[in-house]
Design a protein around this ligand. Sequence first.
Ligand code: SF4
Ligand code: SF4
Length: 492
Amino acid sequence: MSGGKRIVGNTAIAEAVETAKMPAAPREAFLGLVPVDARLELTKATWLRSLLRSRWTTFVPTALNLFLFLVILAAGVVGTPVGNANIAIVFIWILWWSALMLVLVPFASRLWCGMCPLPVLGEWVQRFSIVKRRWHRPLGLSLKWPKKLRSMWLVNVVFLGVAAFSGIITTRPWATVALLGSIMILGTALFLVYERRTFCRYLCPVGGFLGLYANFAAIEIRPRSQPVCVGHKSKECILGSMAGHGCPWLEQPTSLKRNTYCGLCFECFRCCSHDNMGLFARPFGTDLLVDSHRGLDESWKAFIMLGAAGVYSATMMGPWGTLKDMANLRSLGGWALFAGGLIALLAGVLPAVHGATAWLSWRLAGRTVPFRRVFTNFTYHLVPIGLLAWIGFSFAILLPNGSYVIRIISDPFGWGWNLFGTAHFAWTPVLTSWMPALQAAALLFGFVYSVDVARKIARQTFPAPAAAARAVLPQIVLLAGITAAFLWLFVG
Ligand code: SF4
Ligand code: SF4
C-alpha cells in the first residue's frame, strides 16, 4: 500500500516535472500579432480616473448634445425643407452617423450612450436630479421589463421599421425630427414606467447596432480585481450608493464579459468604494470570442446591420435611380416594394444564406455539436466585416458632403443667417479621389479580421482541430462573397 502510494506520488511528481518542462502554450493572437488577452489599463492614470468619477464628465457632454438636438428638432420643424441646407440632415446623417461609425464605435464602444440626449430627460425625471446623486426613490413605477422581451428582438423590429423609411428620414428634415422626437418622447415615457435604462437596453434602435458592434471596440470597462469584487458584499456598483447610481443598464459590472450592454456611463466608477473598476484598452473584436450570452437575437442583429449597409450603399450611392425613387417615396407602391424587399432581404434571405453556409460547416465538421450552436456562433465573425462595410459607406457620405457642416453651423435653419461667417463656405469635397482606395482598404481589413475571428470561433465550436479547419472553409467563402459584393458596390 505504501509502495502504491509512493508510485502514485512519484508519478504525480514526474508529471509535474514534465509539465514544467513543456513549453507554454502560445497565447492566441489576433492576426497572429496582438494577443487576445492583451490589456492596458487606461485608468492607471489618476487624472483619467478622477475625470471618470466626476458626475460632470457625463453631464457636460450630455447637456451640450441635448442643446444641439433641441436646435436640430427646431430646425426640422421651422427650418428649410432643403436637406443639405438644414442642420437636421447635415448634423445627424453626415456628421453624427459618420462619427459613430468611423470613430466612436470602433475606438470608444458605446461612449455615445453615456452622453446621449435622447433618453436623458426621462432619466433626469426618474432620478429626480440632473447632476447630483440624490438618495431619492426613483420617480415613476420602476417596473421590471417582461422576461420574454429581454433580448434584442424588439430592437431588431424597430430598426427594420426605421430602415424601411431610410430614404425619407435621411433626406427630409421633418422626417428626421419625427424619428428623433418619437425616440425622445417614447424614451421619456418609458423611463416613468420601467426601471433604470430599460428603454435604452431593450428598445432603442440606435442602441441595438451600437451594442452588437461595441463588441468589436478597442476599449472595455471591467473590474480591476475579481477577488476584490467577490469579497465585497455590498455590491454598490449594482445597488448604488451615495456616490453614484447602481448600473443604469441593469448590468452586473462585477461580472462584465462583453460590451453589448455597457453604456459607458461610469456610474460603477463612482459607486465602488474599493475603486475597483477600470477602463482598459484591448485588441479589436475581443468580445466576439466570448462563448456565452450568444443568441439568435444578436445573430439577426448582425444580418440586419450587414444587409442595411448594403441596401443603403446601393440606394444612396448606386447608379439605380429607380431604387432611389422607390426609397424616397416617389410613389406609395414603389416604396412598399422597397420596404418589403428590404425586410425580406435583411430578415429572411441573408439568414437563409448564412443558414446554408452554417449547415455546410456543420456537415464538414462531422455534426458533433448542435446545429443551432454552429448557426449562432458563426454569426459573430460577420461583425468585423459589417462594421468595416459601414465605415466604407461612411467615407462615401462624409468625404463628399462633410463641408456642408462648416456652412450649416452659421445658418442652421437655412434662413440666410451667418452666425460665424461661414454661411457662404462653398461645397468642397475632400479626398474623394482617395475614396475607392480607402473603402477597399477598409473592406479588406474587415475581411481579414473576420476570417481570423471565424477561425477562432471554429476552434471554439469544434474542439478537434481538423474538424474546425474544415468547418471554417464555407465561412471563408461566405466572407469572400460579402467582401466582393461590397467592393463591387463601392468601387466596382
Ligand atoms: S462595488 Fe466595486 S468592489 Fe464591489 S462588487 Fe462592485 S466593482 Fe466590485
Ligand atoms: S457597467 Fe454599468 S455602470 Fe458601469 S459604465 Fe457600464 S453601464 Fe455604466
